[in-house]
Design a protein around this ligand. Structure first.
Ligand SMILES: Nc1ncnc2c1ncn2[C@@H]1O[C@H](COP(=O)(O)OP(=O)(O)OP(=O)(O)O)[C@@H](O)[C@H]1O
Length: 278
């Protein structure tokens, strides 16, 4: 069984724009997936299909072995939590607490369970002390964290985030990255869209490149060092790959795409140099 299976999915908006064209994609359980592509590639449209918010015109989607249909939308939303790109589309209650409790209350959980889930979820995103505040008065980054807490409180197995780092300051981005790592250790499958190749290169196990509603390529994070695809997807190489490309000794090798890979490559190079000298 896989976390997500999309089979020949096509989706058209009412104005006739075909935003997804024949998408076939399999995402195994527990992986960290980054979806990248130019503006208008169809990333948000694709993510909105995964919790039944949008339904394909053609093709099928299954989540943890269950076909997504209008009838089982409730069940699918328990399995898949979707964090929208703009927290103002998601955070609307009078207090932070009520906002995070909204989902669990809809699932008719007991007050005791709701208390526990909201406390843990708000603690996870570092927002427990804001629980009585009005979301309206929070900063963008704080609202984003409340939106994530609202999803975590439902304890979904699959967490989908549409550009979770957008408009966050660097420290806020690091916090979200840490939170995502924590979710990964909890065994969740995570799929997010991003324009940040450096983050995707250091975080993702699996990279999906989308362009004009079609899948351009799927692979591990080393895909982000493939200049052909990078150019086609309007991206640029991760900064470490660009740096190593400038060094003649490394430029013809497989380029490292993150700090770990760079360290491994340098270490190997140093060892080989030692062998030669002694
Ligand atoms: N509500 C809508 N009605 C009609 N067309 C839409 C609608 N939302 C998106 N589109 C169109 O569908 C295509 C895919 O848009 P989508 O928002 O999914 O792209 P994206 O990859 O998420 O872009 P970005 O990186 O800018 O967020 C675009 O051509 C867009 O103009």
């Amino acid at each position: 069984m896989n976390a997500i299976e999309m089979n020949k999915v096509t989706f058209r908006y009412d104005n006739g724009i075909e935003a997804l064209k024949d998408i076939t994609l399999t995402i195994p359980i527990g992986v960290k997936v980054a979806l990248l592509g130019p503006n208008g590639a169809g990333k948000s449209t694709l993510l909105h299909h995964l919790n039944g918010l949008k339904v394909p015109n053609e093709g099928t989607i299954s989540i943890l072995g269950n076909m997504v249909t209008k009838k089982n939308a409730h069940f699918i939303r328990e399995q898949v939590g979707l964090v929208f790109q703009d927290p103002d589309d998601q955070v609307f209650s009078g207090t932070v607490w009520d906002d995070v409790a909204f989902g669990p209350r809809n699932l008719h959980m007991s007050e005791e369970d709701i208390n526990e889930m909201c406390t843990v979820a708000l603690g996870n995103v570092g927002m427990l002390e804001y629980k009585d505040r009005a979301p309206y008065h929070l900063s963008y980054g704080q609202k984003k964290r409340v939106a994530i807490a609202g999803i975590l409180a439902m304890r979904p197995d699959i967490v989908i985030l549409d550009e979770p780092m957008a408009f966050l300051d660097p420290a806020g981005q690091d916090e979200i990255a840490g939170l995502l790592q924590g979710l990964h250790y909890m065994g969740k499958t995570i799929l997010l869209s991003t324009h940040d190749v450096n983050f995707a290169a250091s975080w993702a196990d699996m990279v999906v490149l989308l362009k004009d509603g079609k899948i351009l390529a799927v692979g591990d994070n080393q895909l982000l060092a493939d200049e052909k695809y990078i150019r086609e997807a309007n991206l640029h190489l991760p900064i470490i790959a660009r740096t190593f490309k400038m060094v003649p000794e490394f430029s013809s090798n497989k380029l490292p795409i993150n700090e770990q890979e760079a360290f491994r490559l340098l270490f190997k190079q140093l060892n080989e140099k030692d062998k030669y000298e002694y």
